[in-house]
Design a binder for this molecule. Structure first.
Ligand SMILES: [Zn+2]
Length: 254
């Protein structure tokens, strides 16, 4: 056998092996109005990737609470922390139900809606520390309540058009994710905004995997990892620039 034939055979074997491995870990892409059915490996990965973050989210919330110097910081730590915990908790419960209790159609449907709704509230909660603890211009300060109005509007949308227009839903998430960032133009203190942008970029890169079910094995679990990484970057920035640094009140006491 010539070197070329040997190489050719090796290449075909590799392609067959890769195809076999992929088809074992991933199902076919779903048709337009159906949901993708993950393999049991993918189900497990979807559950574990967010379940493992429930405890760290609670610890993270407690840490910010302890670092708070006043009531406003404590309320903010609580709101942000609850958003963080709720995201990982609801996502985990939803994925467990889709995996183990998919025959309970209405329960699964309900948790699928909760999984989508919690994302809107999570985005609002993630912006809360920046909106509450940074000095903003008079117009930008209105974003403090407007983010929650957007989250409520998203919730109404989910209850009326759940899974009907997937691209519209994605556009809403991106709008909710980016629009509140416009307040940075009125911030005099810009510390931590790089981290805020990096986190946003990681979420956006993750969306590529969110849309790749049935094309890339474990696409949804990879999306979960991107969410976890982005949330960690944002947490780090909030901890470092909004809580760890002594507040103006503390400086006055010294
Ligand atoms: Zn998920």
């Amino acid at each position: 056998m010539s070197l070329y034939q040997h190489f050719h055979l090796h290449l075909i074997r590799t392609i067959v092996t890769v195809f076999f491995v992929w088809s074992r870990f991933m199902n076919r892409r779903a048709s337009a109005n159906c949901r993708y059915q993950p393999t049991c490996y993918e189900h497990a990965a979807n559950c574990y990737t967010h379940a493992l973050l429930i405890m760290p989210a609670f610890v993270g919330m407690a840490l910010l609470y302890r670092l708070s110097d006043n009531r406003w910081e404590r309320i903010t730590a609580w709101v942000y922390g609850m958003g963080l915990c709720a995201l990982f908790l609801v996502s985990t419960v939803f994925h467990i139900i889709t995996w183990k209790k998919s025959h309970m159609r209405s329960v699964e449907h309900c948790f699928h809606m909760c999984d989508r709704v919690v994302i809107y509230f999570f985005i609002a909660a993630s912006y809360t520390p920046w909106l509450n603890l940074r000095e903003l211009g008079p117009l930008a300060a209105h974003m403090r309540w407007f983010v929650w109005l957007m989250a409520a509007a998203g919730t109404i949308y989910v209850f009326n058009y759940h899974e009907k227009y997937k691209l519209v839903e994605l556009a809403f998430y991106l709008m909710m994710g980016f629009f509140p960032a416009s307040v940075v133009t009125s911030m005099s203190n810009t510390e931590g905004l790089h981290e805020l942008a990096y986190g946003g970029l990681i979420y956006c890169l993750g969306v590529f995997f969110f849309k790749s079910d049935g094309i890339i094995p474990f696409a949804h679990a990879i999306w979960h990892v991107f969410v976890a990484l982005a949330a960690a970057v944002h947490y780090y920035a909030i901890w470092k620039y909004l809580y760890k640094a002594p507040s103006a009140d503390t400086l006055l006491e010294l």
